[in-house]
Design a protein around this ligand. Structure first.
Ligand code: FNR
Length: 224
């Protein structure tokens, strides 16, 4: 029974992998309109939210960014809460959750990290996701794709410590992180209504400008 369940998981993962490959290939096919004019390539952006909290402010920020994204980007949140804690002993026989996550990260064209700060650093769940995606040694799923970092906190400093600790890891992971504009969103608990909608016009304009800079960053640093 266990063997059978394992085979089903393996089959599901391989179907998933094929779909990912197909979607990735499709994402790079230049679209044409009815007259045959070339349209914009759509980039697949994996959004990693550093909070596992049900009512997370950072998830609301990520949703707002997805809504404000320019037409050339398709943002989707890649969940990290299901990932078992990384342990190098699992490199030879990885949990299915690690393998599926690595496959999804590998398939993406770019990354967008939206994270809270925990004790002036990156939340453990996010660090775990970085580690899981980076291994086995020499087979990092992250390498060579552009990224950007947004941090949000109810506090005034806007998660600056987490933002910069994350950037330190991204240097090692070979994920070039957009330098400007920096995004430390302070007082973030006041920016959304009860339904999770962004209700602050200044922040909306800032996030819109951020996404305009990000689409240019991805175009300049992504694989064509
Ligand atoms: C926090 N919080 C926090 N905030 C901050 O600005 N700097 C910090 O160093 C910390 N440290 C910290 C540690 C731990 C363990 C928790 C649980 C929280 C507060 C944090 O910003 C707040 O809970 C946010 O609401 C978390 O973001 P999400 O979960 O709403 O996206």
């Amino acid at each position: 029974m266990l063997v059978y369940a394992g085979a089903l998981v393996a089959e599901a993962l391989s179907v998933n992998a094929d779909l990912n490959t197909l979607m990735r290939q499709m994402a790079h096919v230049p679209l044409t309109d009815r007259e045959g004019n070339q349209m914009e390539t759509i980039r697949d952006v994996a959004v990693i939210v550093g909070s596992l909290r049900r009512d997370s402010i950072n998830r609301k920020v990520a949703n707002a960014l997805a809504e404000l994204a320019p037409a050339g980007l398709k943002l989707s949140i890649v969940e990290i809460g299901q990932l078992p804690i990384y342990n190098q002993d699992g490199d030879d026989n990885s949990p299915a959750e690690w393998s599926a996550f690595r496959e999804r990260i590998r398939a993406a064209d770019a990354y967008l990290f939206v994270t809270p700060e925990h004790n002036r650093s990156v939340p453990a769940a996010l660090k775990n996701a970085l580690d899981v995606g980076s291994r086995p040694y020499g087979k990092s799923a992250w390498s060579g794709k552009p990224g950007a970092v947004v941090s949000a906190s109810p506090g005034a400093v806007g998660g600056f410590g987490a933002n910069h600790h994350l950037r330190q890891s991204l240097v090692f992971l070979n994920v070039p992180a957009m330098a400007q504009p920096e995004a430390y969103i302070g007082g973030a608990d006041k920016l959304f209504d009860a339904s999770g909608k962004l209700v602050n016009d200044g922040t909306r304009k800032f996030l819109q400008d951020f996404m305009q800079a990000y689409v240019a960053w991805v175009a300049a640093n992504g694989k064509s």
